[in-house]
Design a binder for this molecule. Structure first.
Ligand code: C2E
Ligand code: MG
Ligand code: MG
Length: 627
């Protein structure tokens, strides 16, 4: 066996007998081992310390220090602790095998040596050592791998933990966003109150409770602020928003947790009072709200007084869904508005019937426009100076095929509410201008006919339309009427409305020489200074003052003031609703220029006016009082 190609092992042979050393050394050298020899234990220890051998062949029986002692010393040193020791012992010696193993020997060989045995035992031990070393190295590698894997696992775990944390955070963010979305879908952004969707849900739930238990009672309070638009338009949206927020706070105060205050939109709020005992619980809340709202609010330095119109409706098992009960609360709220605002009204069946009637009326109005059921009547306007005809006021009449004559008071405001007034107003203006132009042409032999004016009532919405002036121009061109013969009657409401550029529209009208009259003067809130700056030609004194001119000193004084005011501002005055000679005489004595009323003529159809014009044989237009 030649070990030259393998690692050359380093063997230390320790024996006090030179022959033994030589024989062993030669035998092993032949087999390719590097051999060092030591003749005593002391030398052996030194040699081993200097260069650690791979194996020691150690004689037991040596003078001074025997093999056991040498072995013990070797095992006590860290460097040599693991060097395998094979004891050498003469056959004649008594080998203490137990001791040999106890002190750390791994094997023993008996002398005289048998070369093959020595070689095999040496080789076995070296192989065993190599195997041990390999196992150790593998163990180390394994440990290293385990360490590396453990580290990797730790890093992966950390990464996983970080990822988990991020995921958790993301989930929280998402959940928050989701909650926000749900919140936004159910709450009003400005006031933070529940919105329509949430309210409807709560009403539906309350209705279900009523269905399960007919004794369960709840109420809805439909609240609409009075004059909110005016505040919003005049003081700006910022103040408007602050007002809505302040109102929301007031409405939410003192309510129980089971109640809901919601904002429907704009200046509309609804309170759902759940589980109440009687209507009284709801009216108490209504009273309390009116009281609280009457306290002026300080918003952005403005003292704002506000009030609300409230519609109250009580639950009943006949309501099938939330929209039905909300509709009725809304109807009651409108009734509160009609009755002068700043109050509450309780819904009843009669209100519902009236609303149905209004809906039907609206439908009929639309049909009437299509079917041309409208016509104009003309009421003469008389000069009080000489009783001569000065013009006519065109007044609309609706001849309904089934319901007969319907007076304007019953449909004009509905036409205004529904916007139908725009279409109707265009037709009235066109028709009145065309009619006067035709009369002027037909009765051109009557002196003064060219100066006759036709007064046309113009609704607020018509005036507000941006194309109103264009419409006027078009009608003037089409009808060929002298624009100076047209007089537009507008109400004080038009002048008060801040939404439109009133001044500019009025000047455009003035530029065209069209005249302007303020209708029903004295019933609105015109500021006098404002009035002086506007190009108005004429004030029409409201009929309510004329009726009482003889009996009531106050009315007389108001009339006197209006006439004086008109004259001071360079305007004329027309008295409306003159029914008696005394009224006419009083007005004449006060310097009122014109009058209109049953004393002279009622509003008349075209045919009657034509008869009147044709009968003016004197070729002068006069209209004598009909007593
Ligand atoms: P108004 O413009 O103030 O019209 C005068 C109203 O007083 C007319 O009522 C007229 O018939 C009535 N009247 C005139 N003299 C007397 C009188 O001596 N005694 C009494 N008791 N009444 C008299 P009418 O025609 O029923 O119109 C009512 C209101 O409807 C009008 O008030 C006006 O505001 C509106 N209206 C009428 N026609 C039109 C129209 O063509 N367009 C618009 N936008 N509104 C109109
Ligand atoms: Mg009028
Ligand atoms: Mg009037």
């Amino acid at each position: 066996m030649n070990l030259s190609c393998q690692k050359q092992h380093n063997i230390l042979i320790v024996d006090d007998i030179a022959d033994n050393l030589r024989v062993l050394s030669n035998t092993l050298k032949d087999k390719g081992y590097r051999i060092r020899c030591a003749k005593s234990g002391i030398v052996a220890l030194k040699a081993a310390a200097k260069m650690v051998p791979d194996l020691i062949l150690l004689d037991i029986n040596m003078p001074n220090m025997n093999g056991y002692e040498v072995c013990q010393k070797l095992k006590s040193e860290a460097a040599t602790r693991n060097v395998p020791v094979i004891f050498l012992s003469a056959l004649s010696d008594i080998l203490d095998k137990v001791k040999a193993f106890e002190v750390g020997g791994l094997d023993y060989i008996t002398k005289p040596f048998q070369v093959e045995e020595v070689l095999i035992r040496v080789k076995n031990q070296l192989d065993l050592q190599a195997a041990k070393a390999e196992v150790e190295s593998l163990n180390q590698q394994l440990e290293q791998k385990v360490k590396e894997r453990t580290l990797q696992l730790k890093i992966s775990n950390q990464k996983l933990a970080t990822a988990n944390q991020q995921l958790q955070q993301e989930i929280i963010v998402r959940q928050k966003a989701e909650q926000q979305l749900i919140h936004d879908a159910l709450y009003d952004g400005l006031t933070k109150l529940p919105n329509r969707t949430l309210l409807i849900d709560r009403i539906d739930r309350a209705l279900q409770r009523v269905k399960r238990n007919p004794n369960h009672l709840f109420a809805l309070l439909f609240i609409d602020l009075d004059r909110f638009k005016l505040i919003n338009d005049n003081l700006g949206h910022l103040v408007g928003d602050k007002l809505l927020m302040a109102i929301a706070k007031i409405l939410a105060e003192d309510l129980r947790t089971m109640d809901t205050v919601a904002r429907l939109g704009g200046d509309e709020f609804v309170i759902l009072l759940d589980d109440i005992h009687s209507l009284k619980d709801a009216t108490l809340v209504g009273d309390r709200l009116q009281e609280k709202l009457s306290i002026p609010l300080d918003l952005e330095g403005h003292q704002i007084s506000t009030s609300a119109s409230i519609g109250i409706v009580l639950s009943s098992s006949s309501y099938r869904n939330s929209s039905e009960i909300l509709r009725d609360a809304d109807i009651a709220m409108y009734r509160a508005k009609e009755k002068g605002k700043s109050r509450y009204e309780i819904f009843d069946q009669a209100m519902y019937v009236q609303t149905l009637k209004a809906i039907e009326l609206e439908h009929n109005l639309r049909l009437a426009l299509e079917n041309q059921e409208f016509s104009l009547f003309y009421q003469p306007i008389i000069s009080l100076e000489n009783n001569r005809l000065a013009g006519f006021e065109a007044l609309i009449r609706w001849q309904h095929p089934h319901h007969g004559f319907i007076p304007p008071m019953e449909f004009i405001s509905l036409a205004e509410d529904t916007g139908l007034i725009l279409e109707l107003g265009d037709w009235i203006l066109q028709e009145a201008c065309q009619q006067l132009a035709a009369w002027q042409k037909r009765y051109n032999y009557i002196s003064g006919i060219d100066a006759l004016k036709v007064n046309v009532n113009i609704a607020c919405q018509q005036f507000q339309k941006s194309d109103f002036i264009d419409k006027l121009d078009q009608i003037i061109v089409e009808t060929n009427l002298n624009p100076a013969c047209l007089r537009l009657e507008i109400t004080e409401r038009v002048l008060l409305d801040s939404e439109i550029n009133t001044q500019e529209t009025l000047s455009e009208i003035r530029k065209r020489q069209i005249k302007l009259s303020i209708d029903d003067f004295g019933t609105g809130y015109s500021s006098l200074s404002y009035l002086s700056r506007l190009p108005i030609d004429n004030l029409k004194i409201d009929r309510s003052f004329i009726t009482n001119i003889n009996s009531d000193l106050e009315s007389w004084e108001i009339i006197n003031t209006i006439i004086t005011l008109a004259h001071n501002l360079g305007m004329d005055a027309i008295a409306e609703g003159v029914e008696t000679m005394e009224q006419a005489q009083k007005l004449q004595s006060l310097g009122c220029e014109y009058a209109q009323g049953y004393l002279f003529a009622k509003p008349l159809p075209v045919k009657a006016i034509e008869l009147m014009l044709a009968s003016n044989s004197s070729r002068e237009l006069s209209c004598v009082p009909v007593q």
